[in-house]
Write a protein that binds this ligand. Structure first.
Ligand code: CUA
Length: 320
């Protein structure tokens, strides 16, 4: 099931707290707005009934004192309303911060221009693995996200699960969230970070615990060996060509970390951080000229011979 990218459709306790706060603000502000406009309308229309209001007369000290009391009372009510709203905001902030204590899973989320690096940290270094743009989480289990940036300020925003949080270069941020039910959630970079900012999406795949464990076990393995002669040739194209200067594939000599880790590329649903569905045709277009698809991204066009491109596609499609 796919959930809308909306703060009004919360799918976890953090997002629920934020949505509740948002609705409270909406209700209070709506009441204030209606009261102000009703008062304004009363002020405009009350004299209309009798045509001539006559000369201005001194209302006298008693009426003066009453007006002062009314104005003072309304100023007080305004101050109390603002203080209550600030208090509710602070309480929500504290409630969100207080959930960060017992998260059994940590994922390091690093923002790049313009994609997300996701590193699943394990106590044993050999069990740690890296993927990109598709965050898998177990349902109902608190997850701690450590937020970093490699270049400029980005902002992680998965509205159905949590509020926005900036990824600031040189300073680790943190976010703990729980996704209540399995499904696919969309997120988006929410801080302008350069030309391809709008194409910096993240997909969150929330699975039941057993499915997540199976996914994680598969991600920890090195890449599958090519199954066909063509895929073997594609691996050569990958390792000898420009691909290996930026990308890593575990289990091969390709170990660069400038671009997304491609060890299990074929298992991901999208290309270019949510820009294209991950199909053979789209992948071919992306490799041939990613600039035409997502202008400004750091992958240069790859003018490959058609046979080499087909072989490369066969190899990449085998990286389940
Ligand atoms: Cu990254 Cu906007």
């Amino acid at each position: 099931m796919s959930f809308p990218q909306s703060t009004l459709a919360p799918a976890g306790p953090q997002a629920q707290q934020i949505a509740d706060l948002g609705w409270t603000f909406f209700a209070v502000c709506a009441v204030v707005w209606v009261a102000v406009l009703a008062t304004l309308a009363w002020g405009i229309f009350r004299r209309r009934a009798g045509a001539d209001p006559g000369p201005v007369v001194d209302p006298g000290p008693r009426a003066e004192a009453r007006t002062t009391r009314v104005v003072a009372g309304l100023v007080g009510a305004t101050a109390v309303t603002l203080i209550v709203l600030v208090g509710l905001s602070t309480r929500t902030g504290n409630a969100l911060a207080g959930l960060g204590l017992a998260a059994p899973l940590t994922v390091e989320v690093t923002g790049h221009q313009w994609w997300w690096e996701l590193r699943y940290v394990a106590p044993v270094p050999s069990q740690t693995f890296t993927t990109a743009n598709e965050l898998h989480l177990p349902a109902g289990i608190p997850v701690r996200l450590v937020l970093r940036s490699r270049d400029v300020i980005h902002s992680l925003w998965i509205p159905a699960l949590h509020g926005k949080k900036d990824l600031v270069p040189g300073r680790d941020g943190e976010l703990t969230l729980v996704a209540a039910q399995p499904g696919i959630y969309r997120g988006q970079c929410a801080e302008f970070c350069g030309v391809a900012h709008a194409e910096m999406a993240i997909r969150v795949v929330v699975e039941p615990r057993e499915d997540f464990d199976r996914w994680r076990a598969a991600q920890r393995l090195p890449a599958l060996e090519p199954a066909t002669a063509e895929a073997h040739r594609g691996k050569d194209v990958f390792l000898r060509g420009a691909c290996a200067t930026c990308h890593r594939i575990a289990g091969t000599p390709a170990g660069a970390t400038l671009g997304p880790d491609l060890t299990h590329l074929a298992g991901r649903r999208s290309l270019g951080a949510g820009t294209l569905p991950n199909t053979r045709g789209h992948l071919a277009g992306w490799i041939a000229n990613a600039q035409a698809v997502k202008p400004g991204n750091h992958m240069p066009p790859q003018p490959l011979e058609p046979a080499d491109l087909q072989a490369l596609l066969a190899f990449l499609e085998g990286l389940k």
